[in-house]
Write a protein that binds this ligand. Structure first.
Ligand code: AMP
Ligand code: MG
Length: 361
């Protein structure tokens, strides 16, 4: 591997920062990043959802480094990124025709398919499960990287485990500079929340994580409903996806999610904001553009329109990270309807809140 001295890219604590903006072609930077991946290194890369932390998915040692630098529990498997539908049959077996129909319609794009593993992908990547999660991302830099590396690329979100996912290269550096080899900076992500994860092994399709492709779109294509997991974290049974049992996306301050009838939500947010500020707490408010001004609060992040959850998803994680930068003591967040991408926005807000969810009528 060339040393960074041989190249003109800057470094942050030893992590190469490679500018890949507006570059749809195979640039020197992407080729260099691909070489790092092939040699067992870690490269963060932009996707349309969030930034991923890439390693050669077939190299167990490289993948183990992903878990180490993120502080991610090793039983939480990684999504494997590929660049063509034709790779499905080398990585998975017993692929149902519905999986191909979904791939044709939504790939490249924010949909991950969980399939029976062909056991080519090592247990470090799959968390020892007999399934494998696969997706073709849409971002041109991600696609060029996978193509140039010519290996499937394991890529969880490029944040410290438990922190909000990164939607810019700077977010990645804030969490991981010095502990990964490089980041490809492709500008801010377009979707802003992680991919939809769908178990499509046969039987009833199970929506393990809502994301950029909506439940409604999947059900319309398949001509039948896809089920949401009924698993609860006090259940004795293992969850259908290990990710369900972990709290994600948490800003440093506790976040209270107030959900229910819009007028009651605003009234409760107002009461809570007053309660905490009277006690000398620095309060952060996460509010829709329609309700700016309805609740008095010094530190406010506007999440966009209640009626445009896709636009809310784009800015959600950056807003949570800004609350951290402002050093707020408590975050109060408005709840939203769970239609379309709203299901993904509320899923991330619920995860950020942990058990601090207040239902009002
Ligand atoms: P992240 O890598 O942070 O985007 O998270 C990937 C998500 O996909 C986690 O919630 C994982 O638990 C889930 N996942 C990955 N592989 C599988 C699999 N084989 N079966 C079920 N869920 C999976
Ligand atoms: Mg993640």
């Amino acid at each position: 591997m060339e040393s960074s001295d041989d190249l003109n890219w800057p470094t942050q604590k030893g992590t190469l920062v490679i500018n890949a903006r507006n570059d749809g072609s195979v640039s020197t930077g992407i080729l260099h990043a691909a070489r790092i991946l092939k040699e067992g290194g870690l490269v963060a890369f932009p996707t349309e959802t969030v930034y991923g932390l890439g390693a050669d998915a077939l190299n167990g040692e490289a993948v183990a480094r992903i878990f180490a630098v993120k502080g991610r529990p090793t039983d939480n498997p990684l999504i494997v990124h590929i660049d063509a539908v034709s790779h499905l049959k080398s990585l998975a077996v017993n692929i149902p025709s519905e999986a191909y129909a979904l791939a044709r319609r939504f790939w490249p794009g924010p949909l991950t398919l969980v399939l029976e593993s062909a056991r080519v992908v090592p247990p470090e990547t799959t968390g020892g499960l007999d399934t494998v999660a696969l997706r073709i991302p849409q971002h041109p830099v991600a696609l060029e990287l996978i193509r140039a590396a010519a290996v499937p690329v394991a890529g969880p979100s490029a944040n410290l485990s438990g922190r909000p996912s990164p939607t810019t290269a700077q977010h990645v550096l804030d969490d991981l500079s010095g502990s990964i080899d490089a980041v490809l900076d492709g500008g801010p992500c377009e979707v802003g929340v992680e991919s939809t994860v769908l178990d499509i092994r046969g039987g009833e399709p199970l929506l393990l994580r809502p994301g950029g492709v909506t439940r409604e779109e999947i059900s319309a294509l398949l001509g039948r409903e896809c089920r949401l997991p009924s698993w609860q974290d006090d259940s004795a049974a293992p969850p259908p996806s290990p990710g369900l049992k972990y709290t994600h996306y948490s800003p440093r301050a506790p976040l209270y999610l107030v959900n229910g009838h819009p007028a009651a939500v605003l009234a409760r947010l107002q009461v809570l904001a007053q309660h905490y500020s009277e006690r000398g707490k620095k309060v952060g408010l996460l509010i829709s553009s329609e309700n700016v001004g309805a609740v008095a609060c010094e530190h406010m992040e506007v999440l966009g329109s209640r009626h445009d959850p896709a636009a809310q998803a784009v800015v959600l994680f950056a807003a949570l990270r800004r609350f951290d930068e402002q050093g707020v003591d408590v975050i109060l967040a408005e709840g939203y309807p769970e239609d379309g991408v709203g299901l993904a926005v509320m899923n991330r807000l619920r995860k950020a809140a942990g058990h601090r969810i207040i239902d009002v009528k």
